[in-house]
Design a binder for this molecule. Sequence first.
Ligand SMILES: [Ca+2]
Length: 295
Amino acid sequence: MRSFILGTDWGEDCDDVVALRLISRFHKAGKAKLLGVCVNTCNVNTASSVYGLLNTEGMENIAVGVDKSVAHLALDARYQARLAKYAPDKTNDDAEDAVRLYRRLLAESEGKVEIMEIGFLHTLARALQSEGDDISPKTGMELFEEKVEKLWIMGGRYSHQGATEFNFSRYPEACVGANIICKSAPCPITFLGWEIGSQVVTCENITEGDCLYDVLCDWNNGVPTGRESWDPMLCLMAIIGDEQEAGYSAYNATVSVDASTGANYFEIDPSSNRKIVTKSHPDSYYIEMINAIIK
Ligand SMILES: [Ca+2]
């Protein structure tokens, strides 16, 4: 079974919660193994709310890491306090540093690991650039070369050159992190751009009594709503493991990010180990598939 680590800007948009529920459903069905969740944002409810969502799925034993170095970022966290109530005994002190968790999960894994990133890339970049420590004498680059099969990243826009997208550009740290990962990650990367998910509204089948319903309400100022599906689309593509099979056309391309602005650039290049994707089906295809999994 393929193993995954999830990186998330948990507490920003609510589609991260949808994505974690989707991953949980595959994990529990024995179709994918979630090794841990590394959060690249931080506020008082970060760890408790991730543990809370995992608890609602019966996945109490999944490792959670938090990047406490970014507690200064202005986080819009309307749903976190609600999910924290499902893990009242947890605080950020119960979560390992997210860079250490990336390193530990990679070092301890016997086989290859794939990483799904649906948030900012500064934490993953720090893991990539990390030195050896008490977990492993290997550098982050050595751990990536040995253990990371592939990165799946929701980030960038591929409709025109120099576009800015939230995950690559929201904070100075995010711009630098995206620049480093695009430039230096030694493994293949497939990117799902903003334009892919921006019209794909899922969760309209989620009903009252489901904690995800409350999360969606929190996100939309108390009004139940569906949500665009950038993060669950990325995770579903990663778990299916093949872009074409997941309903996309994939194009090998170089991808770069301006470290100052977060603007991204791309160029079709058959020799590149990076890929960008376009949809092969109407939006309803992805909506129906995701809604059926998360219900
Ligand atoms: Ca996200």
